[in-house]
Design a protein around this ligand. Structure first.
Ligand code: PEP
Ligand code: MG
Length: 855
């Protein structure tokens, strides 16, 4: 290994030195497409063994992310060297990182720039793999990466030959080209973590395809939109309003394209439930305050509220330990349990939303839980009072659950405490008083149980903050279903805020702001009013079956991952589930889930939906670009064209059979549909069906419902669309995966920084594929749904309906808006529109024609 103390030797070459000690890993082996596909730039990755990041080159710090996990140093030659510590570390929002430099500092190679707590970051992030990439790689003629073990600050890890003239460059050209000037409206950033590496790369890549000079503007900050580093340097956050300005010959075109790209999340699927890694982080990552007036927690339900603090507390119930005769104590316990059951029934009677009533059903079951009741009876048998024994029993039981690894089970401890307190109150002769909540209250509590929420006057509550729980807690689920903002796991200092103090609650950021100034309040009020008006209109009709204004029925169902999502979907007006992404259960673990674990998970979703709503479970959709650590699959040159989707299941039949058995166990509980992903050929469909039929036959004695399960395929490969009439004869339904269908139809990688913008699901070629699919299905009387991203996009709804799509499977938060949009359309208008856009030549023309439907 070559070592050096200089970062550059000749003016046309540059040596980049290891910023950390560790083992070098080729960039394309990094398990994150942003880096592996070189969206951010080319370079190398390093598995670190040290925890002080040193400057890999001498230069100026031109970007230091506010989460302190990444920085860029620009060398005097204008080469931008970006170092990104770990994967998905943006979600840690600075936790565990200590910057030693600030923006604008001049640094020498080998100088410490960021310290980090490797243990803490390693525990909370996906990986510690650190990437060192040249962001403006277009200036590099040749790169020689090193391999093996390297020493921080000494070993050369990349040797670059710069292109002619690059040595004098200063970054991406930002000179004004002659021509028109155009500027977009303000666009609120939908991205969960702002324009971090991935979306910034997509935006810069797209901006570079225009010859105009392009700027991204936020408030007084204005940066070159063709520079990844400059965009990242803005340190934007979700909800920041940005505008895009272009000057030059193609200014109008640039604004139209880039504004849409930003509004759509720059390839990050804004409305979509977060990606696995981001979701994990979102459920645990606590926001970090940037000033003393902010109190941080975990974002649990998005939205803004301005209200007054109301500290919500449970009375402490005092009980005597010593009991009377055990028969008497037992009678008291039985009576209290029965009375609690009636109270819950009564409470349920006031609930119109079946998903919340279900939570109370679970409470009733707990009253009959033999383990819990026996624990209390043991206490009584030992001479303790019924109240004391019961309190001991339910707190012990709740603590047991709280100690488990499974966050969902941990959250259920809240139910036990809730129902436990109800019975305890009855045993102690204390009536559960209804707590009077003031108007415009932001409720702050250690915990809010479902029955607390059920018994408060909702019209007075604008938001919740709890010091316990996370994004999967009931408070979070219920807040999301109420559509009010919530923060869970908030810092305990929130418990000491005075009742009546005005605060600004930002659920999306997980931040509570005390002492907001007038301008902040006014801004928030304006935003709240706009959103509320729109949501009011949409929610008014969300629970009704979706239909066009001329009575054509369209099913609006949800894309989900688990039972909690199913609850949220039903609460938002979802008429069922059109895509249960089962791969979430298989991800981020060291072995495949067992049949029982899978069956429990699918069963939980089935129970939420009941037999009256369709449940479509997609079998495992991994492989290729989405590897599973425990799955022995070969490394492939073209992962999107390799072992992926159903091909993995056919290659690993035992895993497939286990999953099918688990899915079939949900059949008696639900209107079950099984869907195979990425079917490209009739042979694949037949092979998958044969295995399913064998499992159905093997389990026939257990359940006859399993035999009536519907079987469908995802149409996401052109061959399936073209042969839809053949495939339709052998399955019950199609669901079009437009995300993949688009990339395969246009031969454009859906995550490619330069191509993603053109890989548009509204491209006429993709629309023609959809038409082939609906035409083929119609010949056999089969129905077609769409579960890809465009189903959640208002602009696409009329054309999909016009093409004959009967079901739209959408992201949960968009359900009310999609249903409302359907109600504004007529079938004949949609059909005429579909005919019209099918005849167009480009996606841009389609978008222009459909633009009036975007809002
Ligand atoms: C699709 O391809 O459109 C789809 C819904 O599947 P995924 O996005 O999970 O690949
Ligand atoms: Mg797909």
């Amino acid at each position: 290994m070559q070592t050096t103390s200089q970062s550059s030797l000749k003016p046309d070459s540059l040596k980049i030195v290891a910023p950390l000690g560790g083992i070098l890993v080729p960039l394309d082996q990094v398990p994150d497409p942003v880096f592996a596909q070189k969206m951010v730039g080319d370079g190398i990755s390093l598995d670190p063994i040290s925890n002080e990041l040193l400057a890999p080159v001498s230069g100026t710090v031109t970007q230091l992310h506010n989460a302190h996990h990444a920085l860029t140093i620009t060398t005097p030659e204008g080469i931008e060297v970006l170092v990104h510590i770990g994967l998905d570390t943006v979600m840690l929002r600075g936790d565990g990182f200590s910057p030693r430099v600030k923006m604008g500092d001049t640094v020498k190679v080998g100088q410490p720039v960021i310290g980090f707590d490797a243990d803490r970051v390693g525990r909370n992030a996906r990986s510690l793999l650190t990437e060192i990439v040249v962001a403006n790689f277009e200036r590099v003629a040749h790169m020689t990466p090193a391999t093996g073990m390297v020493e921080a600050g000494r070993s050369v890890i990349l040797e670059l030959t710069l292109k002619d003239g690059a040595a004098n460059g200063t970054g991406v050209a930002d000179t004004a080209a002659p021509g028109a000037e155009a500027q977009s409206e303000g666009i609120p950033l939908p991205n969960h973590a702002g324009l971090h590496a991935r979306p910034a790369a997509v935006l810069a890549g797209a901006a570079k395809t225009f010859s105009s000079q392009i700027h991204l503007i936020r408030g007084d900050d204005k940066v070159n939109a063709k520079s990844l580093v400059a965009i990242m340097g803005l340190s934007t956050k979700q909800g920041d309003v940005v505008t895009i300005k272009a000057t030059g010959p193609d200014a109008d075109k640039a604004i139209a394209a880039l504004a849409t790209l930003i509004a759509d999340g720059c390839g990050e699927k804004p409305g979509e439930a977060p990606q696995p890694a981001a979701e994990t982080a979102a459920t645990t990552a606590r926001a970090f305050p940037t000033d003393a007036n902010e109190i941080a927690g975990v974002p649990a339900s998005p939205g803004l509220a301005i209200g007054q603090i109301f500290q919500y507390r449970h009375d402490v119930v005092e009980v005597e330990q010593k009991g009377g005769a055990s028969a008497d104590e037992r009678r008291k316990l039985d009576t209290a349990l029965a009375e609690a059951g009636s109270q819950i029934e009564e409470l349920k009677g006031h609930m119109r939303d079946p998903s919340k009533a279900k939570i109370l059903d679970a409470h009733k079951e707990l009253l009959e839980d033999p383990d819990l009741v026996n624990l209390a009876l043991d206490g009584i048998a030992g001479g303790s009072s019924a109240a004391y024994s019961w309190r001991e029993a339910f707190t012990r039981y709740a603590k047991q659950l709280e100690g488990l690894d499974n966050p969902l089970l941990r959250e259920r401890a809240t139910d036990i405490r809730d129902v436990g307190r109800r019975v305890l109150g009855l045993l102690a002769g204390i009536r559960q008083e209804k707590i009077e909540v003031p108007q415009d209250a932001i409720l702050v509590a250690e915990d809010l149980a479902p029955s607390d929420i059920a018994s408060i006057d909702r019209t007075r509550v604008l938001g919740f903050c709890t010091t316990s729980g996370g994004a999967t807690s009931h408070v979070a689920i219920i807040a999301r279903s109420f559509g009010i903002p919530a923060i869970c796991g908030i810092d305990e200092s929130a418990l000491h805020l005075d009742n009546g103090a005005q605060v600004l609650l930002d659920g999306g950021r997980g931040m509570l702001r005390r002492n907001p100034n007038e301008a902040e309040v006014a801004r928030a009020r304006e935003q709240i009013a706009k959103l509320a008006e729109r949501r009011r209109e949409e929610l008014a009709t969300a629970m009704q079956p979706a239909q066009t204004r001329d009575g054509h029925r369209i099913e609006v169902v949800a894309n989900i991952r688990n039972a909690d999502d199913a609850l949220a979907a039903v609460a938002a007006g979802g008429e069922g589930v059109g895509l249960l992404r089962s791969e979430f259960l298989f991800d981020e673990r060291d072995q495949a889930p067992s049949e029982d674990e899978q069956a429990r998970s699918y069963g939980a979703v089935a129970e939420v939906l009941g037999r009256g709503r369709p449940l479509i479970i997609r079998t495992l959709d991994v492989g290729g670009d989405k590897p599973l650590s425990y799955l022995p699959l070969p490394k492939e040159e073209n992962p999107f064209l390799g072992l992926r989707g159903i091909r993995v299941s056919l290659d690993q039949p035992e895993m497939f059979r286990t999953q099918l058995r688990a899915i079939l166990r949900a059949a008696p509980l639900s209107d079950l549909h099984i869907m195979f992903p990425m079917i490209a050929t009739l042979e694949e469909l037949r092979a998958a069906k044969r295995i399913l039929a064998e499992e159905q036959a093997a389990g026939a004695s257990e359940t006859s419902a399993a035999a009536s399960v519907k079987v469908g395929i995802m149409v996401e490969v052109p061959s399936a669309a073209v042969q839809a009439d053949i495939l339709a004869a052998e399955c019950d339904f199609f669901s079009i995966g437009t995300n993949d269908l688009t990339q395969y139809t246009l031969a454009m990688d859906r995550g490619h920084p330069k191509l993603a913008r053109q890989a548009d699901g509204l491209h006429p070629a993709v629309l023609r594929m959809i038409k082939l699919t609906t035409d083929g299905a119609r010949k056999h009387g089969k129905w077609v749904g769409v579960c890809g991203g465009i189903a959640s996009d208002l602009i696409a709804i009329p054309v999909l309906i016009g093409l004959g799509v009967k079901e739209l499977s959408v992201t949960v938060p968009t359900i009310p808006a999609i249903k409302a949009a359907i109600g504004r359309l007529s079938l004949s208008e949609c059909q005429a529109l579909a005919d019209e856009v099918l005849a167009l030549g480009t996606a841009e023309q389609v978008r222009a024609r459909l633009a009036p439907f975007a809002e």
